[in-house]
Design a protein around this ligand. Structure first.
Ligand SMILES: Nc1nc2c(ncn2[C@@H]2O[C@H](COP(=O)(O)OP(=O)(O)OP(=O)(O)O)[C@@H](O)[C@H]2O)c(=O)[nH]1
Ligand SMILES: [Mg+2]
Length: 287
């Protein structure tokens, strides 16, 4: 296999536009709901958003809890919780999203709402921007809150293309936003983690790099899941492991060379479909 440098420089036009529009709309919002992927709570934190939303009360929702390891998720919640920032971790498709988010929003806005009531102002609905990296579940959250398909959601990055307000209740209005990345990853590992999670379009990814990164991590942290899933003996070398998977599966090309492309695609699909179980790719103690 060739050694390629990961060079994802993905900041397409619609993201530049989205960022500008989010900046403009920020004046109109009371608070920000920032979604992060519970499997990569640090890599899925967008530095652009942090800058943009510094002045607003913030709720961090770690989504896809069902794909992450609960012990690590609990530690991450503890780690990320700071004054003025509430952190919750959820399976957005199954948990009681309405109750958890409404309560958290009410609590974050409590002081302001009480001030309004004291002054005899009838509180208007809380307006919150929902922001985060692509494919993290922003639109899914809004649809759950609205109890209907108010906005488009699907399992690929870049589904939401424009900002859209949704009134989810008498008390709460949510602004759906397109997932945004940032022009350059300082740390190659951040890009690779985002890639594994599905935040970056596979078409522009060096999938081989992504697979090698994931295999290295699993050899180090969860070798048993590889053994079990593919019925292979372990090696320290990620390339050797991939070749063993190809062997075990009979993924061969003409001339008896192993089929790298098919093996890598299978491996990455298995990770994304939870065939290797719950995996947290960033361990709170190591960050
Ligand atoms: N397993 C699991 N899947 C989730 C969860 N939240 C969202 N998803 C899935 O993730 C995929 C992406 O969801 P979207 O709501 O479209 O994500 P988004 O953040 O709006 O994505 P963009 O608009 O592309 O930035 C969908 O297939 C959702 O069903 C979750 O908590 N657990
Ligand atoms: Mg969306």
């Amino acid at each position: 296999m060739s050694e390629r440098k990961l060079n994802i420089n993905w900041f397409p036009g619609h993201m530049t536009k989205a960022k500008r529009e989010m900046e403009e709309k920020l004046k109109l919002v009371d608070m920000v709901i920032e979604l992060r992927d519970a499997r990569i709570p640090s890599a899925s934190a967008n530095p652009l958003l942090a800058d943009l939303t510094k002045q607003k009360p913030r709720l961090i929702i770690m989504s896809k809890a069902d794909k992450a390891e609960p012990i690590y998720s609990a530690k991450w919640v503890e780690k990320l919780s700071k004054e003025g920032v509430r952190v919750v971790v959820m399976d957005l498709n199954h948990d009681n999203v309405i109750k958890i988010v409404s309560e958290a929003a009410r609590e974050l806005m409590k002081a302001k709402l009480e001030r309004q009531i004291r002054r005899g102002i009838r509180p208007r609905p809380i307006r919150s921007m929902v922001a985060g990296v692509p494919n993290v579940g922003k639109s899914t959250l809004i649809n759950r809150m609205a109890k209907k398909k108010a906005v488009q959601a699907a399992d690929r990055p870049g589904v939401t293309k424009a900002l859209q307000w949704v009134k989810v209740s008498k008390e709460l209005e949510l602004l759906d936003t397109p997932g945004v990345l940032w022009p350059k990853f300082d740390d190659e590992q951040i890009g690779l983690r985002l890639a594994v999670s599905g935040a970056i379009r596979d078409e522009i990814l060096p999938l081989e790099e992504v697979a090698v990164f994931a295999m290295k991590f699993l050899i180090q942290h969860k070798p048993e899941v590889i053994e079990e899933r593919y019925q292979v003996t372990l090696s320290d070398d990620p390339y050797v492991m991939l070749e063993r998977i190809a062997d075990a599966r009979g993924y061969r090309l003409k001339g008896d060379v192993w089929d790298e492309k098919r093996t890598i695609e299978t491996f990455i699909r298995d990770i994304r479909d939870d065939q290797l179980g719950r995996i947290t790719w960033e361990l709170p103690d190591e960050m």
